[in-house]
Design a protein around this ligand. Structure first.
Ligand code: URP
Ligand code: ZN
Ligand code: ZN
Length: 459
């Protein structure tokens, strides 16, 4: 017995057309006008779009930071994800100092196992590069199914790696079919600027963006792109926030560097006015890179349209305002960095991108599903709608609208950076490998059914 999604407009990165979809055994079995069999169950989708389940390739669930952990774990984070139409997440597993990659990865498997409402994969953040770790990389990509690593050029004294490690990882990762994702900010300069502000008694959140100006991001993107060119290694610049960083990516792309770029909804729809004033409310928006002056938004939208920016992920990294962000009340540099967003990625991009004509429907699907699937070794199992692909499908009703609020969100966190913003369109029905997990805009499963995904290498 199969499931039929009837009469919707199917949107992929390449096409937009009306047809029925037949699902059987977790897979898209058939697409057409006469695909139903008598025993099938029919779900009407007339007047709606049917898009591939979203892939958010940048989350931090259950991430320990100092003495605390993120507010969302894998259960609440992936529950929020499916509600928003995201059926796959790729989270940043982290090798902490002194650990092997295997220990780091085992730790993340333990955090996620049995809790995920979406399918999930891991990138591996390397914070302690050495010979032993170098020897683990073939195992990571060929056996553990983790075909991307992450390096931080910022967060001095904790996650940051130096240029020597960066250079060596790029060479080794390239040879192992591993894509290197990089947080691009010059951590040494940021560290200097933070200390300067602190010494001047400038300790409120408004100094967070001032300690991380766009040039520190631009410089790091430039350094990375030169090293990527030298090593011929494929790289992804994560969370591009500003014009300068994006233009540096564009120049490298023109030179033929294998460089890809991600931006996030917060940089497309929010701006640095939120840090104004001498109070602590700006702590909600303390993330790195910080929000930028409004004029950057048009450049980022242009970058999505032109292809300079490949994907949109959230960098979901949630901390409660009460008790967690408040740890930095006396010193902005102690505010845990990050903000929630996994639930609203598709809605924000659709409302402020597609509905305003800044990007097309097909580009929307490309940025939230197809490109991340292709980059991160999941295509065509995920990221498209074609016979043989996983039946990760979202029935998107653009007539639905609501206002985003902490009071009604599924994120397990006490505020929303998007409080009061309108969302046009909603994932009303969501299917994960053919099983309905969201019905009429509500999660309809109590059992987490997400599976770990072994991803293909990047060559
Ligand atoms: O502020 C942020 N982005 N926090 C999460 C960690 C990271 O830098 O990706
Ligand atoms: Zn980062
Ligand atoms: Zn991140």
């Amino acid at each position: 017995m199969g499931l039929i999604l009837r009469g919707g407009i199917i949107v992929t990165a390449a096409e937009c057309y009306q047809a029925d979809i037949r699902i059987e055994d977790e897979i898209i079995a058939d697409i057409g006008s006469q695909v139903a069999r008598p025993e099938d169950t029919v779900i009407p989708a007339e007047g709606c779009y049917i898009i591939p389940g979203g892939i958010d390739a940048h989350t931090h669930f259950d991430l320990p930071v100092g003495t605390i952990s993120t507010a969302d774990d894998f259960a609440s984070g992936t529950r929020a994800a499916i509600l928003g139409g995201t059926t796959t997440i790729i989270d940043y597993a982290t090798q902490f100092k002194g650990e092997t990659l295997q220990q780091g990865l085992t730790n993340w498997h333990r955090r996620a196992a049995g809790k995920c409402f979406a399918d999930y994969g891991f990138h591996m953040a390397i914070t302690d590069w050495n010979e032993q770790v170098s020897r683990e990389l073939p195992w990571l990509s060929q056996e553990a199914g983790v075909t991307s690593v992450k390096l931080y050029m910022a967060y001095k004294h904790s996650l940051q790696v130096d240029d020597s490690a960066l250079f060596q990882v790029l060479e080794r990762a390239r040879d192992c079919g591993i894509l290197t994702c990089v947080h691009c900010e010059n951590g040494d300069i940021v560290d200097n600027m933070i200390r300067r502000f602190r010494n001047q008694g400038k300790t409120t959140p408004r100094y967070h963006p001032l300690s991380r100006p766009s040039q520190v991001e631009q410089e790091a993107v430039n350094r990375l792109s030169v090293l990527a060119d030298m090593t011929k290694a494929p790289v992804v610049v994560v969370h591009v926030s500003c014009r300068e960083a994006m233009e540096t990516v564009a120049q490298a792309k023109v030179r033929g560097v294998r460089i890809f770029a991600e931006t996030c909804p917060q940089y497309l729809v929010l701006d640095d006015s939120v840090y104004q004033g001498s109070g602590f409310a700006g702590a909600k928006y303390v993330m790195s890179p910080p929000l930028r002056p409004r004029e950057n938004q048009d450049y980022l939208w242009d970058g999505l349209r032109s292809g300079i920016l490949d994907t949109v992920a959230t960098d979901h990294c949630s901390f409660n305002f009460k008790g967690q962000k408040e740890l930095g009340k006396e010193d902005f540099s102690k505010i845990p960095n990050g903000a929630p967003g996994v639930e609203h990625r598709l809605g924000l991009l659709y409302t402020y991108g597609v509905k305003t004509g800044k990007i097309s429907l097909k580009q929307f699907v490309d940025k939230v599903a197809a490109r991340p699937a292709k980059l991160f070794g999941l295509y065509p199992k995920k990221g498209t709608i074609t016979p043989g692909s996983d039946a990760d499908l979202v029935i998107w009703d653009e007539r639905r609208q609501f206002t985003i609020s902490a009071a009604t969100q599924a994120h397990n966190v006490d505020y929303s950076p998007y409080e009061g913003m309108k969302q046009q369109g909603q994932a009303i029905h969501v299917f994960l490998r053919g099983r309905q997990v969201v019905k009429n805009g509500r999660v309809c499963t109590k059992t987490p059914q997400g599976q770990f995904l072994l991803r293909k290498p990047f060559f």
